[in-house]
Every structure is written in C-alpha cells, then in structure tokens.
Design a protein. Structure first.
Length: 107
C-alpha cells in the first residue's frame, strides 16, 4: 500500500522520510521564504529529545538522593536518642553503685 498522507494526517512523522516540499507554480521563484536546511534542526531536535528523556531520570536520581539524605539524618537522630538514653541509664547505675559503696563504707 502506497499511502501518501495529508497535512493533518501525515504518512510518517519522521521529517527525513517525508517527501520534500516543492514550490508551487503560483509562488514566484525568488520568494521571501528562504531555502532552509533541516540538518541542524534535526540534530538540535534529537539532542532536545534526548535531554527531555533524561529529565525524569535526573529527577528520580535527585529524589532518591534526597530520600537517602533524609534516611541518614533520621538514622543519626535515632542513634543520638539511643546514646543519650544509654548515657542516662549509665549515670543512674553509677549513682546506685556510689550509694551502695557509701552504705558499705558507713557500716
């Protein structure tokens, strides 16, 4: 099947596979529309597409880094709380031992 397509529904969206545009007879040969090459445009479009495709990846990477930083901060906070709890417990045990020693010396 050799379907040509229309402007609204092109046969292909790839600009390199589309038929080249020809100037009509009603348009003068030295018209105001200059002839443009699309190689640079295709390259920049490809780069932009590649960059656009990598944006979610970079966003996910930044999101994961932020989550890892938060998790590390949370772990440090939990460790600090546990260390303070153990320090208070050690101080209480030390006081009990001093009292017991003082009681033993007094008798």
């Amino acid at each position: 099947m050799n379907a040509v397509g229309t402007i609204d529904r092109p046969f292909t969206h790839d600009p390199q596979k589309q038929a080249p545009m020809t100037s009509s007879l009603s348009e003068p040969s030295g018209s105001a529309t200059p002839v443009v090459t699309t190689m640079g445009a295709n390259d920049s479009r490809q780069n932009r597409t590649r960059e656009m495709q990598l944006i979610p990846e970079a966003l996910a990477r930044a999101h994961m880094n932020e989550r890892m930083r938060e998790a590390n901060a949370e772990r440090r906070a939990v460790r600090l709380v546990a260390a303070r709890r153990m320090q208070r417990r050690a101080e209480r045990v030390s006081l009990r031992a001093r009292r017991a020693l003082a009681m033993a010396v007094m008798q």
